[in-house]
Write a protein that binds this ligand. Sequence first.
Ligand code: C5P
Length: 235
Amino acid sequence: MKTQAVAADPRAKIIVALDLPARADALALVRALSPHPGLFKIGLQLFIAAGPDIVRAVRDLGSRVFLDLKLHDIPNTVGHGVESASSLGVEMLTLHLTGGRTMIEAAVAAAPAELLLLGVTILTSSDDDTLRETGVTDTVENQVARLVKLGVAAGLRGFVASPHELQTLRRAHGSEIQIVTPGIRPVGAQPNDQRRATTPKEALAAGADYLVIGRPITGAPDPRAALEQIVTDVV
Ligand code: C5P
């Protein structure tokens, strides 16, 4: 993963979530956002609708791709999934840390150096009650810290973390981990369903390496202007 690009250009820290229903919409947005942000994130909606070729198409437009598939399966299957994703040329890929140490190690073993694997802890849609439903009696906060520690021990160096977890994780792990943070809303933007959003500037100050931003850009009347405003705001 080319971390030096992150330090140099604020645009390189921004990941735009292509949460769109179809290939044509996604490619139109990628074309509209020029110069490009650091990466485009392709998640389940677009990947299932458009297939792996959407990754190639976004790359052909000169951009880097974060594939957000949140892998969670037996170690052998996850390892092969990582191989398939990296053969598409993606540069970031997510997996669920709740898959456990052996699964994480299989993913790490299958990942080439240029692929940053990102461990997902507890989704922000879950709370302490959700954990209890699945037999976890600890708090979300403690479980997040435990899962990141497990990921680091299994060889992971990248994590997805919400804005309110940033400082704790940065304090515990310093610069040995890279943190990607969703739940970002520029000053004055609609919160949508993000309950504890933070501004781009605040998230970077709290220790985020990359910001995932979707609707404030994809839903803006002028997505390019929205991206440029965010880039200006974080400088
Ligand atoms: O549109 P918005 O900026 O809320 O998009 C945020 C993106 O980050 C979406 O793709 C969403 O799935 C993802 N995400 C999130 N919260 C998490 C993990 C991922 O919003 N805890």
